[in-house]
Design a protein around this ligand. Structure first.
Ligand code: HAM
Length: 438
């Protein structure tokens, strides 16, 4: 035996290998996502995994850039990063062709993203994220479409209306409250926003202790903070200093979402903050209503100035990211994952080396008619063994061609689930096989 040290077969921490069974599941998820966004007229784009570090430095936010970015100096001494999110890339692509692109721009992509995180429930280092964005619509109608679409994606997975909540807020509502109601110094605004974001993850005592240090009049302001956190879009008028136009847009958005029948799925939640620095308007996250599955499924919002990083042109965008890991957890938590079968591939065993040309001919006829075939290439195993392998691989239908069948231009069709078989004439082969899949 060789003494040579063997390499480990484990994959890198926080990543997944996708074996064919996993790929089938992933493709099923992506197919449903793509079909739904295409129904709203969104077109697919893609881009490289690596970007310049500067693309993220400006607006992606301290947590990701400072702690989670996979960045390195390449052989040409350029500081580059593996994309932790798609929005900066999208903004770069749109900015580069802005003048030529007819508006509004409706694009989607399902990139793999990398973040150096502590892997855990709903968090990995590599995940795939459906990104759906619309550019060039300044009114809340874009939010209406994007939030409706976010709900429709989950409905396409057969999620019931009460299984998730889209929690919506607005950056200007938050900044109005921090600046004008609490009258915070600019330097403290972000720290208070971060604490509001963290509130449900820490104890009440810790929250009050930490926030009191930042407030001007802790006793009175803390009451304001609590009433802000409990507010809904109808009581927002009670706070001095929140832009009335923003409040009325929020009301319009909610009333139109309700008229789409989505009232059960949406909620105004002033504690939604979103970590990225580029959001300027409506922000939202989608949560599972199952308390066991806490991570947000989607995160999104409006960003007015991202194109401005690349040129003097202005173009407002809004969109969201839906992660595959969190979606899978959601689907599991509501029992929405069907058995994803391979029944539309036909398995053809080989009974005798002599019959290979005949079986190959049958396989090729089927393939020409768009029917997938898994063909045995060597006659090394008895039929029984080949059938048990076919079952293990998840096939349902087999076509068995023995010497007798070959000479009488017939073939046996076996159904491994019903445990039935019948003889069919080769001239009816396509019709018979197609009828299995309707
Ligand atoms: P995000 O909130 O960072 O937003 O990510 C969106 C979603 O991606 C999260 O809600 C979660 O489902 C998933 N996700 C994020 N990080 C991980 C991770 N480490 N492991 C597993 N899943 C994860 C953005 O990235 C924005 N760029 C989205 C956007 C698009 N905003 C506008 N357009």
């Amino acid at each position: 035996m060789s003494k040579e040290k063997k390499l480990p077969t484990e994959n890198y921490k926080g990543t997944r290998d996708f074996y064919p069974d996993d790929m089938r599941f992933r493709e099923w998820m992506f197919r449903i996502m793509k079909k739904t966004v295409k129904l709203f007229g969104y077109e697919e784009y893609d881009a490289p995994l690596i970007e310049s570090f500067d693309l993220y430095k400006a607006k992606t936010g301290e947590e990701i850039v400072g702690r989670q970015l996979y960045d390195f100096i390449d052989k040409g001494k350029r500081h580059v990063a593996v994309r932790p999110e798609m929005t900066p890339t999208l903004a770069r692509m749109v900015a580069s062709k802005n003048r030529d692109l007819p508006k509004p721009i409706r694009w989607f992509s399902i990139p793999n993203l990398w973040r150096y995180e502590a892997p855990g429930h709903g968090r990995l280092r590599e995940h795939w994220q459906l990104n759906v964005d619309i550019f060039g619509i300044n009114s809340y109608r874009a939010e209406l479409e994007i939030i409706q679409l976010a709900c429709e994606i989950l409905f396409a997975f057969k999620a019931p209306k009460n299984s998730f909540k889209v929690k919506i807020s607005h950056r200007k509502i938050l900044t109005g409250f921090l600046k004008n109601t609490l009258k915070l110094d600019e330097a403290y605004e972000q720290a208070v926003a971060k604490l509001l974001d963290k509130k449900n993850k820490i104890s009440k005592e810790e929250f009050e202790k930490d926030i009191s240090v930042l407030l001007k009049n802790p006793a009175e302001d803390l009451k304001l903070v609590y009433s802000y956190l409990e507010s809904n879009f109808e009581t927002l008028d009670n706070f001095s200093g929140i832009d009335s136009e923003v409040i009325s847009e929020t009301k319009k958005l909610f009333s139109e979402l309700k008229s789409l029948g989505l009232d059960e799925c949406i909620e105004f939640d002033p504690s939604i903050i979103r970590g990225f620095d580029y959001y300027t308007g409506f922000i939202f996250e989608v949560f599972d209503t199952n308390p066991e599955n806490k991570r947000s499924l989607y995160g999104g919002g409006r960003y007015d100035n991202l194109i401005g990083l690349f040129s003097n042109e202005e173009l407002s965008g809004i969109g969201f990211g839906l992660g595959d890991v969190t979606l899978e957890n959601f689907l599991k938590s509501h029992n929405l994952i069907p058995e994803i079968k391979k029944h539309n591939t036909i398995f053809i065993p080989l009974l005798d080396e002599k019959l290979f040309p005949n079986t190959l001919e049958v396989a090729n006829i089927l393939r020409k008619n768009n029917i997938s075939v898994d063909l045995t290439l060597e006659d090394k195993q008895k039929l029984g063994k080949q059938i048990s392998i076919a079952e293990k691989k998840g096939y349902r239908y087999l076509l068995v061609l023995g010497e007798e069948e070959a000479s009488s231009k017939k073939i046996k069709l076996k159904d491994l689930i019903k445990r039935e078989e019948k003889e069919i004439n080769l001239e009816n082969l396509i019709k018979e096989v197609e009828s299995l899949f309707v």
